[in-house]
Write a protein that binds this ligand. Sequence first.
Ligand SMILES: *Cc1c(COP(=O)(O)O)cnc(C)c1O
Length: 384
Amino acid sequence: MTSESSARSQVEALLRPDLRGQVAYGAPQLAVPIALNTNENSYPVPDVVVQSITAAVREVAPTLNRYPDREFTELRERLAEYLSRSGTPITADQVWAGNGSNEVLLHLLQAFGGPGRIALGFTPAYSMHPIITRTTGTTWVDGMRGLAGAEPFDLTAESARAQVLEHRPDVVFLCSPNNPTGTALGLDVVEAVYDAAPGTLIVVDEAYAEFARPGTPFALTLLEGRPRLVVTRTMSKAFALAGARLGYLAADPAVTDALRLVRMPYHLATQTQAVALAALAHTDLMLATVGVIKDQRDRIVETLPRLGLQPVASDANFVLFGHLPDASATWRELLDRGVLLRDVGIPHYLRVTAGTPEETTGFLDALADVVHDKISSTTGSQHE
Ligand SMILES: *Cc1c(COP(=O)(O)O)cnc(C)c1O
């Protein structure tokens, strides 16, 4: 038996040089009473839907000797109908799906990125964008938010355009509403980037679209006449189906055709298609908790300033908040009280998912407790 360190160094030597020393995605999965760290929907799948899902899986189980519908035709049709509800007609040939929108993003980079090509994102944004980019040998370039700096983490059309012109990327990632900051982009940013980069694929990650505040614009409305624009969505967040792994995108049919070149045949399992279809048949019920979650998000944004903290405005189901003297210490102290948040690596900031009213109360109480401890320990015995 080789020693562990010898095995590690032997494998390290085999690894693609561009992957050596990279850090894997690692949001902690801990069993805690209040898990508010990965922006899941806290509400379990409703009983009626559980029954439909169970029946659907029961129905397809005998056919598992056969490969699934490689074209997931019915699922593309239902997803197109769902997207069309927003008022922008989307057809089934514009829709692509995968095992989570992460796989959809992987397909995009396999087809449009690759060695010698560049993907640009505007940091801080979704941590998986650079990770997926690098797995395909594509070079990642960290663009910046907040350059023109009205609000912290803002991205203006002017700044995005200048950075695109500077880096000349093959793929640009925009994220709206942006994870981890929470705010949605103006469509002027998407248009500016699209027009500034005539040889570039523009990907707008709209994973949190359903949580946006009223009047928030969606890049879906810009697809018509823009064949280089892609909008990705997911059933993992508002749709409360993170465990089923179903993400999708809408784009020109020429884009979805290109993705057929890189996906593995039969990538969407029969049971995955069945589960997603069963959930989509109950769309209104599956989305019924979105209103409650948005209320909790707004409650967090309103309450945090009273604790001396600075929340960033949010169109998503989470809130990034700053002004913490030591974010990782606060993260730890909250975990000690059974509340798990996400330390996204921005100094003095943490991100919290808006959960049920009870979870939100648990979080706010624990945070008040932690912040109060901090204040009394820094002001010493005067108050004692
Ligand atoms: C959570 C999240 C996703 C979802 O990924 P899935 O693979 O669909 O679960 C995509 N993009 C962003 C920005 C996210 O925060």
